[in-house]
Design a protein around this ligand. Sequence first.
Ligand code: FAD
Length: 387
Amino acid sequence: MTSCFDVIVAGVGAMGAATCSALARRGVRVLGLERFDIPHALGSSGGHVRLIRKAYYEHPDYVPLLELAYRQWHALELRTRSSLLFQTGLVHAGRPDGELIAGVRRAASRHGLAIAALDAQELAARMPPLHLPEGYVAIHEADGGFVLAERSIVAFAQDALAHGAELHARERIVHFEARERGVHVVTERGAYDAARLVITAGPHAPRFLADLGVPLRVTRQVVAWVRPKREAPFAYGAFPCYAIEGDPAEGAGLHYGFPALPASFGAGPPALKVGHHALGPLTDPELLDRGLGVGDEAGFRAGLARHLPDANGPLLAAQVCMYTNSQDGHFILDRHPAHASIALACGFSGHGFKFAPVIGEALADLVLEGRSALPIGFLSLARFERP
Ligand SMILES: Cc1cc2nc3c(=O)[nH]c(=O)nc-3n(C[C@H](O)[C@H](O)[C@H](O)COP(=O)(O)OP(=O)(O)OC[C@H]3O[C@@H](n4cnc5c(N)ncnc54)[C@H](O)[C@@H]3O)c2cc1C
């Protein structure tokens, strides 16, 4: 016997959990299906914390969505009585004409965002242990900071359940099909019918969406937690989040990190979380190597040695995660071109988490109304169409 829902959400990571919450709050009968636990650390949304910032170097068109995301994170905090967003400030550093600094300035000037250039003295006051190469400049963004990752997924799930959603963990979807009326979804445990389907399968999206004809490349990414050699300068409250343009000789990208959080955050023992935002090796999510290799450690140690030598202490933890990269590094958020009853979000390319509440609302709009009033046109599939 099949159970019947208004909408099924395939995958309850960050985006799926946010979508379940958005749909349930609209009074829709929603079922969220997740193959692992809610939350879990085997996809793209584990690892305790994610950076959030508004002066978006990737593209200024993200800024209106970010303004909304900040408001929605605060609304979620209120609804679920949880603390999720922490505006510690964020220091961006790089060459004045590099992608990061030029992009931060462009987004800030186009949208009137408050950012402040820091001279060496001001930088030393904001972030004492930072070493920058000759020719680098630094910009402080007071709105920047982090969101708690797993805790946010819990909050979305809590919100969804409170509004009547049904969530099933440890239930892998093995097949789905769009029928004349609605969709049919088969899992390892049962079968479900619904009027509509939202696909938020993260790194597994290529399997769900092979017929889209849009390439998605899944890459292996490593993050680490290191115990700073000196504790006080890196502690939460003293140290901001940071993003520093990498050395082209070492794969460029961005070295990023977070203050060492007290254990009360539930993010493990106090340690600096650090990562290198540059595309790792291609991987199949079913065959992902979760071990930490020597090369992996070299990746994040290089940034620490160069910019934060006082933080370059013993390793306390590491995690292997995945990016799902679109061709142009921008998200894909749309209705399925062949099936009006299906909406999808994928290709977050390593920078989607901060947008989760907005993505949830946009997917709820797309799957229920077929369109959204949110400014998401630049993320649609139409951009890949050949002229
Ligand atoms: C190392 C790293 C650092 C990052 N840093 C940042 C950052 O600082 N700031 C930021 O904004 N973003 C960051 N991101 C990106 C952000 O975390 C992702 O964009 C976001 O988590 C993607 O969420 P998702 O819901 O699409 O994917 P996921 O969280 O992976 O969710 C997809 C879900 O679908 C489930 N699923 C898949 N197949 C099936 C199936 N057959 N049946 C049932 N369920 C299924 C999976 O188990 C999974 O739970 C980072 C990502 C990584 C990996």
